[in-house]
Ligand binder design. Structure first.
Ligand SMILES: [Zn+2]
Ligand SMILES: [Zn+2]
Length: 572
């Protein structure tokens, strides 16, 4: 039996050839490189004489449809490398590919008078490629290495039937409708500007949400015996060389120089935390030491892969580093799993799934230590009845880890929290504590985050709730509006009382008709509208109009405050 995924890959890879075919005709002189199928569709990387524009996609798609209509047979042949070199004498990318192919011949795929270097695996003719969609143009690099020639990538997707393509388009439309970048602007939460590409701007209301996210976590951290620290954004090169980031993570870091010393902007918070641990000797009596940090990190990302809050160049990790003895691993990890589940459950995700990654082949640390750490993670998950899957051998070389994956309201899965046991950095930085025997012993570090990136988590929440943030997390919880200006004074007194009860409220100051005021609050997705007319004023009550359009009449102020308090609780 044929594998359906493979078939889809073949179809999509063939569509990439069709794209290259159309581009070669429309933009002669464009150099072709590679065009693979991907999980979501396909792409082709080109070196055009002039950069493509978004508007070119329509033209290219039209030409692709015409070529599909012609139903050219797609034929594969093997040609000698010598002939291939001749054909591609002006294309250094293909020449490089030819050299990398073992043997004396290379594959060539032909459709009409177009040909492309390829090892094969295609649909039989271009007529099978009618249901495709070009998605975007972005920047890329030859062999995905930014030291190499910059290229232009056109991405698209293709399906066997028109119906499947339509379903896909519908899903894309929904995702667009609730895109956090769009909603973030509409709700005045955050924005992105060309002057800071990849760096989110938080508006006052968005900052309020961030504050609520951090406050709710800080309360738990305090109760859990954490101590909050803050470490510098810029640290010297030497530190990053020692930590190993320089060797393994250099391409994702930013560098700068001050007074002839070289610095890097931190891509992670661990080394800073370690320096604080090392700043004085520790006794076993102090352990575990739990340092938490809302640490902003910067990471280099190609502009083509930036995606609002989901993939930014600067973000804040709700980080923590726990320094403990091997015997304390178990209880520490159980507490972390409990805390992670407690926090994540506040956001009404359908499922929380956990992956446990175990010892890989090239691991460091003794069998006993790995055993201890892995069973601590596994026992913790069992104790909390969290469903989990084991990823055998997928752990980092320096320790096992667990990842928390959440499923949002649109069925998408996101990895957020992680708990990572680390035997390497304590060794690497020669960390110690004084054991009861008086001898120096090595602690273990546990790195953990719950939201992961605050920015990304915020973006996920906006899409998950389709902009309708829950009452407790809304920057403005209630908006007061009067039917006519006559009720202003009473409305003002309602405003004062709700404000002093601690709620986040706004007053609609416009003289618009009530329908206009309601419409504005709906666009802002304010959870409760407090509507006040003559009748409400006479009876000293209000009407609550909820976001879904339901209303409750004749609510006294005491009742309103009681109700709001019930909804404001975050400990579900
Ligand atoms: Zn091919
Ligand atoms: Zn860390």
């Amino acid at each position: 039996m044929k594998n359906a995924d493979n078939d889809l890959n073949i179809l999509r890879h063939s569509a990439a050839h069709l794209l290259a075919h159309a581009v070669s005709e429309l933009f002669p002189g464009t150099k072709l490189t590679i065009g693979p199928a991907t999980k979501e569709g396909f792409f082709y990387d080109f070196l055009p004489e002039k950069n493509f524009k978004e508007e070119d996609l329509e033209l290219i798609a039209k030409r692709m449809s015409e070529l599909a209509e012609k139903d050219y047979a797609i034929e594969h042949q093997e040609i000698s490398k010598e002939e291939a070199r001749k054909r591609y004498k002006d294309n250094p990318f293909k020449l490089e590919l030819i050299e990398g192919i073992p043997g004396e011949t290379v594959g060539l795929s032909t459709q009409g008078d177009f040909y492309d270097l390829c090892r094969g695996g295609h649909v039989s003719s271009t007529g099978k490629l009618k249901h495709f969609k070009l998605l975007n143009v972005s920047g890329s690099y030859w062999r995905a290495d930014r030291q190499n020639q910059p290229l232009q990538r056109i991405s698209g997707t293709a399906f066997p039937t028109a119906k499947e393509l339509r379903t896909y388009e519908k899903r894309i439309e929904d995702a667009k409708k609730y895109d956090h970048r769009r909603l973030g602007k509409q709700l005045d939460l955050f924005s992105f500007h060309d002057e800071g590409p990849g760096f989110p701007f938080f508006h006052a209301k968005g900052m309020k949400v961030v504050q609520l996210l951090t406050d709710t976590l800080r309360k738990e951290l305090e109760a859990g015996g954490y101590q909050e620290i803050a470490t510098p954004t810029m640290l010297t090169d030497d530190l990053w060389r020692q930590s190993g980031h320089y060797a393994h993570y250099k391409d994702n870091m930013y560098f700068c120089e001050i007074e002839d010393r070289h610095f890097a902007i931190k891509p992670m918070n661990c080394p800073g935390s370690i320096l604080i641990y090392k700043s004085r000797p520790h006794s076993y009596r102090e352990l575990p030491i739990r340092y938490s940090e809302f640490g902003q990190v910067h990471r280099f990302e190609l502009s083509g892969v930036l995606h609002g809050m989901f993939r930014a160049r600067a973000f804040t990790i709700d980080d923590a580093h726990i320094y403990c003895t091997p015997d304390q691993l178990q209880s520490e990890i159980i507490a972390m799993i409990q805390l992670t589940m407690k926090i994540l459950k506040r956001f009404e995700f359908e499922d929380i799934n956990v992956m446990l990654s175990t010892r890989p082949e090239n691991a460091m640390g003794s069998d006993e230590l790995w055993q201890k750490a892995t069973s601590a993670l596994e026992d913790g998950l069992k104790a909390e009845r969290v469903p989990y899957q084991i990823q055998e051998g997928e752990g980092a070389f320096y320790g096992p880890k667990i990842e928390f994956h959440i499923k949002d309201s649109m069925g998408r899965s996101w990895q957020c929290g992680t708990i990572q046991v680390d035997f390497f950095q304590p060794e690497n930085f020669d960390l110690s504590y004084v054991a009861p025997s008086g001898k120096k012993e090595r602690p273990v570090i546990i790195h953990r985050a719950i939201y992961g990136s605050l920015e990304r988590f915020f973006g996920i929440l906006v899409e998950h709730f389709k902009g309708n943030l829950p009452f407790w997390l809304s920057p403005i919880q209630m908006k007061i509006m009067t039917i006519t200006d006559d009720q202003r004074e009473y409305a003002q007194s309602v405003f004062e009382q709700l404000k002093s009860a601690g709620f986040r409220i706004e007053m609609d100051q416009t003289s618009d008709p009530i329908s206009g005021k309601i419409k504005a609050a709906q666009l802002e997705k304010t959870p409760w509208m407090i509507v006040i007319g003559q009748k409400e004023m006479d009876n000293k009550t209000v009407t609550i109009r909820y976001r879904d359009g339901q209303q409750e009449f004749g609510i006294t102020l005491d009742e309103l405050i009681k109700k709001a308090r019930e909804h404001n609780t975050i400990d579900k």
